[in-house]
Design a protein around this ligand. Structure first.
Ligand code: FIX
Ligand code: ZN
Length: 415
């Protein structure tokens, strides 16, 4: 018999459905165990996450170079001391480490870094992946894959990815944002790409994209783009998108994911932690969706200021799927605001979050925290429905949650 939802059981039903949903995490920087050293895990990786490195330098006057020559373990010790012991760890990334430790059954109150380190080191890569996927409820992890990275390429050319829980996404930042360096990489792989994007070079770039999407069984092709990304325009990047990326995506029915709004290396001394953001231009997305109805676009934008316009654009174009609260937006207050905005503008037709995890255990906190916020927002929305006299069943709530946490993405990919 269908379970009717009412104000009294709504929160409990939501909590239970969220606890059992199988998540597809549509954008991460994780790798399956096949990728060896590229698969990051353990307390030292967690503590040296670039979000925390940036936060460490809010307090420390240490010179950047002095910090980066230290071993991972030494860097982690400094970050632990500064961000967790000398000050209370209230930021989202700081709290995240504690959520991970607690979820792994460790005693957070003991503040015993040596013990956390010893426990995590007693596990191996495969064991930690199994454990984390189980705890976080993540069923499928989409990686970020760059064949121009020699370490990664060697894996694809030898063992490949043998773990079906991990899926590939072909990332082409190098090609779109630094064509001349990428061209050398393509040439070394046998693609005859010239300095000028003539018909022959465009054909070779297409061949590269097609062959690597097939080799990786890539679900989508992706790029992060700067805040001043604009289309249409007379640039090499615009031509690469319109003459190479979009034709191949259309041919293989693969979405093109655009992650717009970076301001890379605002402080290069901070290395990976040195990137920032700027307000992007939604008109580029509108142009693509209108001009290329046979292409599918997955879009996330980094600036809070772009979210409303982007959601409105998605009302106009069925070939646009908005996803995630990316990077600097992944703070509970902003996730809540953006999720409300999207639900009110788009109904349930979007992908509320991706983790962007770089370290396996981060899946635990990124999803645990996201679910808490999404649950609060959904409770409000379903409660408003009940107030109108609308009836709801538990199965309907389960269906909606499945759509948000994976179904919408897969339906778009398979469209
Ligand atoms: O470009 C990206 O995919 C970004 O997510 C990363 O480059 C960024 O460093 C990050 O880790 C954000 O969460
Ligand atoms: Zn990312």
């Amino acid at each position: 018999m269908a379970v009717r939802v009412n104000h009294g059981n709504l929160v409990e039903i939501l909590t239970e459905e969220l606890a059992q949903v199988k998540i597809t995490d549509i954008h991460t920087h994780l790798f399956s165990a096949d990728f060896g050293e590229l698969c990051l895990w353990g307390i030292d990786e967690l503590l040296t996450y670039h979000y925390l490195v940036a936060e460490f330098f809010r307090w420390s006057s240490m010179c950047y170079r002095e910090f980066f020559v230290l071993s991972k373990e030494e860097q982690a010790d400094l970050i632990w001391q500064t961000l967790f012991l000398d000050h209370s760890p209230v930021s989202e990334a700081q709290r995240g480490v504690l959520t991970v430790l607690r979820s792994l059954g460790l005693d957070v109150g003991a503040r015993d870094l040596a013990n956390y380190r010893a426990y995590l080191r007693s596990l191996d890569r495969r064991a930690i992946i199994d454990m984390v996927l189980e705890i976080s409820g993540v069923e499928t992890v989409v990686m970020t894959n760059d064949p121009l990275d020699p370490i990664e390429r060697r894996v694809w050319e030898t063992v490949g990815n043998s773990d079906p829980r991990f899926r590939a996404a072909l990332r082409v930042d190098g090609l779109l944002n630094d064509y001349h360096t990428a061209r050398e990489g393509l040439q070394s792989l046998g693609y005859e790409v010239g300095a000028v994007l003539d018909v022959r070079s465009a054909g070779e770039v297409q061949r590269f994209l097609r062959e690597w999407l097939r080799r990786m069984d890539g679900i989508y092709l992706a790029a992060s783009l700067p805040y001043d990304f604009s289309l249409p325009e007379e640039t090499l990047r615009a031509r690469l998108i319109e003459e190479c990326v979009l034709p191949v995506c259309a041919e293989l029915s693969v979405p093109f994911a655009l992650m717009i709004g970076t301001k890379r290396q605002l402080n290069p001394e901070l290395r990976l932690a040195g990137d920032a953001l700027g307000r992007g231009d939604v008109r580029a997305v509108e142009y693509l969706c209108a001009r290329y109805p046979d292409n599918k676009f997955l879009v996330t934008m980094l600036s809070r200021e772009n979210q409303h316009e982007l959601a409105v654009a998605a009302r106009k174009f069925p070939n646009l799927l908005v996803f995630g609260c990316w990077w600097f937006l992944n703070n509970p207050s902003l996730v809540e605001e953006i999720t409300r905005l999207r639900l009110e503008t788009l109904g349930l037709a979007f992908v509320p979050q991706h983790s962007d995890a770089r370290v396996v255990e981060q899946l635990i906190y990124k999803w645990n925290h996201a679910k808490d916020v999404i649950s609060t927002v959904l409770a409000d929305k379903y409660s408003d429905l009940l107030d109108t006299g609308w009836t709801l069943t538990r199965a309907e709530i389960g269906r909606d949650i499945k759509d948000l946490f994976g179904g919408n993405f897969w339906a778009f990919v398979e469209k």
